[in-house]
Design a protein around this ligand. Structure first.
Ligand code: T4K
Length: 377
């Protein structure tokens, strides 16, 4: 089996033509407004409102701070029901708000919060449900909303993986009270580091602007205790150019996805988790699940063996957040309460997935996997 000459990583940042960035930077240099809600920031905000088809948006210097301050703005208290199968930032945002996560098991098909198990976790301390659209697969938003309406709970989504996704023709940010998007370098749309909140209640705009700017209302009034979480104008300038190349990147990722499907679907013991319905998806990740008995090797072994061929997959999201040492003792963090999450976290593998991968490279990755599988031994 042929190994790659240079490493194939799980992703690569989408970088527009350098000349286009230089042109943008010339504007920033010219107007000398480089942060604190400058012209490029405002321009990006308008472009994103359009692209995401949303009314209310607020930009931040990363997705984690966006989520922390979004939760703060909503004034949540007590307990929040969430998933253990996510990037640490999701639950860390609760922690930084003094909230207790209540871990709910996940759906075995989408790997998102299992809506059938939410209701039994609700107590008189519950204030919200925090769902994550894991790997780009949307949560069961309608059922989550029904439960939230019944118990008068807020609904927040960590939408780090669903930039531009539509569900039933409706922009994903329209669901729930608030959705966070991450614009990190590893995301489909990036500002190197960055993030945004989209939200239903227009009056949150004022509060979020205060929260991300030290709580300063005007030069003589500090209204509340805030943080510094502003997206600067150099990042915004980058975003303006990246946004232009997103459609082309999505088109290419769709081709890569189809190529992976064609070659991996035939291999026993592999299930493709990321469905990516045409045009409605973010094409953020391409993720598979390994059934060790049928495949003939565990996910961990495959992950290690692929490195010998210079292919660097990722075991996102291992370990589960419920396994963090500061949450381990929570009743809802116990293994017996999270059987599906504990099973899936040992089986899931994120494959290299970015537009610059060539067809040949994708086919070679699939051939290596096929050759490592039981069927070919
Ligand atoms: N919620 C969810 C569900 C999330 O997935 C994330 C972030 C967040 C919240 C928080 O949003 P932010 O605060 O980050 O906006 C990466 C990202 O740092 C993180 O943003 C992302 N999720 C997570 C899934 O992936 P790592 O630790 O895996 O990153 P790293 O440095 O290992 O990079 C992954 C691969 O990307 C590298 O192997 C190669 C490539 N890469 C990366 C960078 C940074 C490059 O080629 N160039 C680069 O500059 O966390």
């Amino acid at each position: 089996m042929k190994s790659f000459n240079s490493p194939i990583m799980v992703t690569r940042p989408l970088l527009p033509d350098l000349d286009s960035i230089n042109n943008q930077l010339e504007d920033v240099w010219e107007n000398k407004w480089v942060t604190n809600n400058g012209p490029k920031n405002k321009e990006l905000m308008e472009e994103l409102k359009n692209y995401l088809s949303v009314k209310n948006i607020s930009l931040f210097n990363n997705g984690t701070l966006a989520l922390i301050l979004g939760i703060k703005a909503l004034g949540l208290e007590g307990e929040v029901i969430t998933t253990p199968f996510t990037f640490p930032a999701t639950v860390e945002a609760l922690d930084w708000n003094g909230l207790t996560p209540v871990f709910c098991d996940i759906d075995e098909s989408t790997l998102n919060i299992d809506t059938k198990k939410i209701e039994s976790l609700i107590t008189d301390r519950t204030s919200a449900i925090l769902g994550v659209h894991v790997f780009g697969n949307p949560c069961n938003v309608n059922e989550i909303q029904q439960i939230a309406d019944k118990y008068n709970l807020k609904v927040i989504y960590d939408g780090a993986h669903v930039f531009g996704t539509k569900l039933n023709g409706i922009p994903i940010g329209e669901y729930g009270d608030m959705t966070m998007f991450s614009f990190h370098a590893t995301k489909l749309f990036n500002t190197i580091e960055g993030g945004a909140l989209v939200f239903r209640d227009e009056s949150l705009n004022k509060r979020l602007n205060l929260l991300k700017n030290f709580g300063i209302d005007n030069p003589e009034t500090v209204e509340l205790s805030g943080l510094n979480a502003k997206l600067n104008d150099v990042q915004a300038a980058m975003g303006l150019e990246v946004l232009k190349v997103v459609p082309e990147e999505k088109y290419r990722r769709n081709q890569i996805k189809q190529l992976y499907e064609t070659h991996l679907e035939k291999i026993s013991g592999i299930r493709i988790i990321t469905i990516h319905k045409e045009e409605e998806s973010s094409y953020q990740y391409f993720v598979i699940e390994i059934d060790d008995k049928k495949f003939g090797m565990s996910r961990d072994s495959l992950h290690e063996r692929l490195k010998e061929f210079n292919v660097f997959t990722r075991k996102y999201f291992y370990p589960l957040c419920s396994d963090f040492k500061w949450y381990k003792k929570l009743p809802t963090a116990q293994k017996e309460n999270l059987p599906t999450a504990y099973q899936k976290v040992e089986q899931v593998l994120a494959m290299p997935f970015y537009g610059e991968l060539s067809d040949q490279e994708v086919i070679q990755i699939c051939d290596i996997i096929k050759n490592l599988s039981k069927g070919s031994r």
